[in-house]
Ligand binder design. Structure first.
Ligand code: AMP
Ligand code: MG
Length: 696
């Protein structure tokens, strides 16, 4: 069982909540494979119903299979429907409500209808808690005003299974759900009619239609909600549950839906909070087996085509988790981050000086000093009358009516007054509340790689945790019988492994977690074992060497057997073929063995690819146009990367282009990129220079 789209809806029984997003309104969120879109604020039921109908129609025609979860009881305790409509057919009961509920953004008849229903039952009837000022016939004010002789249970089996849940009979009071149930069933009834047989309602119908509606409960993971950075709890809830349900493996979904349906229904996920919790931290689906398939032909693939292919086919492979802001540097945000509090939270002084009610005219201004001062963390809570000033320090809140600060260096003071030369504009040296960030404002977008400055901004806005992708785990492997560890004794036929320390440090500098996979000999069985082990703790493997199609190119040979292998012959220098494939779902980037080519291919292809797999967007490096201090002519039809550095504003290149010269990599601070067409470069011509640290 799978759903490729999950929508979670937090329902509400109240009237229109206004334009500004607030809690206790209707909130909805769409998620795909564990990644949620921004929660949607729906200020009344009419808008929510339209949004649901439109969204479902769009998803349906695009061929998606959709699960819609509502935080809304789909049914009442058993026996209710039989007494009211003569059968336990819950879906017919929905239609009964649909015919009787009146609803508009400003008013609805839920309390009156509940009274009417009660009148049809023995005793006081099941519904209770009139939340209106006026009395309603047959609707008790409080729980203890009623009798149980209506013969119905107070809660359904599903409600009893969930600690802390409320009875659908209770219409008002903190936490009550009864009102929203009456106001929700007619909407559900109309959605059923609109979508006909392509919609089914679980557990009253089999969950095999294209659109499946189910009842959920949003308080199964209270600790995760409490940690969510979204200040509006309802928005945090729909996002969290949409992510969880959309990330559930098919086998888990099967278990959740495998419930014997009764007329009382069931809450999807009740008693299975651990399963939902796991879904939030497990990884998204793996890459598709054909993601590296490139049309093979005699032609060399241009770098731009190779980029476009990777960009189209690669997806994020890391799950998400809640991270403390202090630990979030280099992580990719999985959810937008909102300011919890405005920054600054109150108007305050930008300098040390004296605060007063501005402006001050040209000429000398004299002001009496009030007794007291305002310092950062110790605001002054008295008043500062007109004609007075107060001693104020940088960052201190401005007392009421104070809006202007004169710099202490510009002031003459006595014990009782100050004087200074005007003019000074109103608002001078003062900061407005929220001038930097407003509470609730989105301050960072999902997909952002969090920088040190971002940590400062998030902290200033009161954000303690963010939802981020787990760090990408990158395995680094060198291959070749000739390789030895620096420091080992060697024979002439052996060389030191230069790539592994170099690529490990490079990947670490990009902010990912490096897994050292060591060196593999030119032996297929050993390499196979190393790859098998690597798939247990790596999200992606960067290997170097053995990637061509020769006798000792065991990486290519092994990947070939997986059916996912492609040898990309890319029109670039330096570079040999790039071997790409999936080993048990784990992507392998087989880089050339030659250190210069390995480094350049890692920068040009691995850097942007890893960014996408880690949860970011495809990122092109920042390129600078600078005058060349060299001459060079190049052939048509391939891209060339030269080891380069910038001196006195000009680009110089390493004297040798020999790709065995690893010393030139160390000398360089970046690469010159020469485009595919033939060209002759003379000193002074502008060339493209990319610093190494711009690649990721
Ligand atoms: P291969 O792609 O395995 O044919 O290797 C191409 C060239 O790069 C050969 O000269 C290798 O010896 C050399 N090479 C391969 N791996 C490394 C490494 N980890 N460090 C230094 N040189 C390497
Ligand atoms: Mg080799």
């Amino acid at each position: 069982m799978t759903f490729d789209k999950v929508i979670m809806v937090d329902w509400s029984g109240g009237n229109d909540r206004g334009l500004r997003p607030v809690k206790d309104a209707i909130w909805a969120c769409i998620a795909t494979a564990g990644v949620a879109e921004d929660p949607i604020y729906l200020r009344n039921r009419q808008l929510a119903e339209d949004w649901l109908a439109d969204t479902l129609a769009t998803l349906q025609s695009a061929g998606h299979r959709v699960l819609v979860g509502f935080d809304l009881c789909f049914a009442y305790p058993s026996g209710f429907a039989t007494h009211l409509i003569g059968s336990e057919d819950t879906l017919a009961l929905w239609d009964w409500f649909e015919a009787r509920v009146q609803d508009s953004p400003k008013a609805n008849n839920r309390f009156d209808l509940a009274g009417d229903i009660n009148a049809r039952f023995p005793g006081t009837g099941p519904f209770w808690f009139n939340g209106l000022a006026r009395d309603i016939a047959h609707l008790p004010r409080k729980g203890n005003d009623r009798t149980a002789d209506h013969g119905l249970a107070e809660k359904r089996a599903a409600d009893i299974a969930i600690p802390g849940s409320f009875s659908p009979w209770q219409l008002a009071g903190a936490g009550a759900v009864g009102g929203q149930v009456i106001m929700g069933l007619p909407v559900l009834s109309r959605l059923r009619k609109r979508f006909g047989p392509s919609l089914s309602v679980w557990p009253f119908q089999a969950p095999d239609a294209q659109i499946v509606l189910a009842e959920t409960y949003f308080s199964l993971l209270p600790d995760l909600i409490a940690n969510d950075p979204n200040p509006i709890k309802d928005a945090a809830q729909v996002s969290l549950y949409a992510r969880a349900f959309s990330a559930l493996p098919a086998t888990d979904l099967e278990i959740l839906f495998d419930i014997e349906g009764t007329s009382e229904g069931w809450v999807l996920g009740a008693g299975q909070s651990q399963m939902l919790r796991n879904a939030l931290t497990t990884n998204p689906p793996p890459l598709k087996n054909d993601c590296f398939a490139m049309p093979q032909g005699a032609h060399w693939t241009p770098v731009d085509d190779a980029h476009q292919h990777l960009r189209d086919k690669l997806t994020c492979v890391t799950g998400t988790e809640t991270v403390q802001v202090k630990d979030a540097a280099n992580r990719f945000l999985a959810q937008n981050a909102q300011a919890i509090r405005s920054h600054p939270p109150a108007p305050n002084a930008a300098v040390d000086g004296y605060g007063f009610t501005g402006p001050a005219p040209a000429g000398i201004t004299r002001l009496k000093l009030v007794d007291g001062r305002s310092a950062a963390g110790a605001p002054y809570d008295g008043t500062v009358p007109l004609g007075h000033a107060i001693r104020i320090l940088t960052g201190a809140n401005l007392p009421e009516d104070v809006d202007t600060v004169v710099l202490q260096e510009d002031v003459n003071t006595t014990d009782t007054e100050i004087s200074f030369h005007g003019p000074l504009k109103r608002g001078a040296n003062a900061r407005d509340a929220g001038e930097d960030m407003q509470a609730g404002e989105t301050i960072l977008q999902k997909g952002r790689k969090i920088t040190p400055a971002d940590l400062g901004m998030l902290s200033a806005a009161g954000v303690g945790t963010v939802t981020a992708h787990k760090p990408l785990r990158v395995g680094i492997l060198s291959t070749g019988d000739e390789l030895r560890e620096p420091g080992d004794t060697t024979t002439d036929g052996q060389i030191y492994d230069a790539n592994r320390p170099m690529l490990s440090a490079l990947v670490a500098s990009w902010g990912y977690k490096v897994i050292d996979l060591g060196r593999a000999p030119d032996n297929r069985d050993t390499l196979r074992t190393i790859l098998d082990d690597a798939t247990t703790n790596c999200d992606v493997i960067l290997s170097s060497g053995g990637a061509s199609a020769g006798d000792e190119d065991h990486m290519s040979a092994l990947l070939e057997g997986t059916g996912s292998f492609a040898l990309w012959r890319i029109a670039m220098k330096p570079g040999r073929p790039l071997a790409l494939g999936l080993w048990r779902d784990t992507p392998v980037f087989g880089l050339p063995g030659n250190p210069v080519a390995a480094m350049v291919c890692a920068l040009v292809f691995a850097a942007p690819s890893l960014g996408v797999m880690a949860g970011g967007a495809w990122q092109n490096p920042t390129r600078y146009q600078l005058p060349a201090a060299f001459s060079k002519s190049k052939k048509e039809g391939r891209r060339e990367y030269l080891r380069a550095r910038v001196e006195d504003g000009q680009v110089i290149i390493f004297p040798s282009e020999g790709s065995g010269r690893v010393s030139g990599l160390s000398w360089a601070t970046g690469l010159v990129e020469l485009d595919d067409p033939a060209q002759k470069i003379a000193p002074g011509d502008l060339v493209t220079y990319i610093p190494f640290n711009s690649f990721a």
